[in-house]
Design a protein around this ligand. Structure first.
Ligand code: PGA
Length: 236
């Protein structure tokens, strides 16, 4: 299976910035066909990128979704609204939990809503204790585990975080392997946290890692293209 590289732009880039980024990276990303790339911009840029990348192997994802299906939920965007625009959607990111108070049961509902619309959830797990809480509070992770891309992403490894401690590729792989163990079957697991061109290949060579979630190093077109090219060297 091709490794998956997910670009998480977070709260960065206007529509125009996003289009410029795609125009500057597209040819190189499409040439690097040993890896699969998903770009996750803000909601505002989704329609433009979905149109620009129609028919391209480079996919488009969202960064969050509503835990509701529709109705009086001001500001929310449902999975049904995302259908047709995205193939993937990041959920449960530690920044959403920390800054916006997202809880286990909401993330569980997001999994259900996305799966029902045929969108692949990219589910971030900060640590194994959190996964235990998820598993105790809802069944959707186990039920849909084959349709979910799990991401092991310790908050302390995310670039720009206060208590900064990136994990080694070996440590990250070991913890990612424990996610499959707790789910009860082998699940697709990525690693996230300050991955860069310098170490992406080391993460991708690990037994229990099938890709990476990249924040800061995905923002500059040249830096991200270099990372993706380096990632392709890890594929045997
Ligand atoms: P980072 O972000 O690569 O900048 O550490 C990763 C993430 O938070 O998804």
């Amino acid at each position: 299976m091709e490794p998956l590289i997910v670009a998480n732009w977070k709260e960065n880039k206007t529509i125009q910035d996003s289009v410029v980024w795609v125009n500057q990276t597209r040819a190189d990303l499409e040439k690097t066909d040993q890896v699969e790339v998903v770009v996750c911009p803000s909601f505002t840029s989704l329609p433009s990128l979905a149109t620009l990348l129609q028919g391209s192997p480079v996919k488009v994802g969202a960064q969050t979704v509503s835990d509701q299906t529709e109705g009086a939920f001001t500001g929310e965007v449902s999975a049904k609204m995302l259908k047709g625009l995205v193939t993937h959607c990041i959920i449960g990111h530690s920044e959403r939990r920390r800054h916006y108070g997202e809880r286990e049961e909401q993330v569980g509902k997001k999994v259900e809503n996305l799966v029902n619309e045929g969108i692949i959830p990219i589910l971030c797990i900060s640590d194994l204790e959190q996964l235990d809480n998820y598993l105790a509070s809802n069944q959707s992770f186990k039920e849909h585990s084959e349709k979910i891309v799990f991401v092991y992403e310790p908050p302390s490894a995310i670039s720009g975080g206060g208590d900064f401690h990136p994990e080694s590729p070996e440590e990250a792989s070991k913890n990612a392997g424990l996610i499959s163990e707790k789910i009860g079957q082998k699940v697709m697991t990525l690693y996230g946290g300050s991955v860069s061109e310098a170490d992406v290949d080391l993460f991708l060579k690990q037994e229990f890692l099938q890709g990476v979630l990249v924040g800061k190093a995905s923002l500059e077109p040249a830096e991200f293209v270099a990372l993706v090219k380096k990632a392709s060297t890890a594929v045997i």
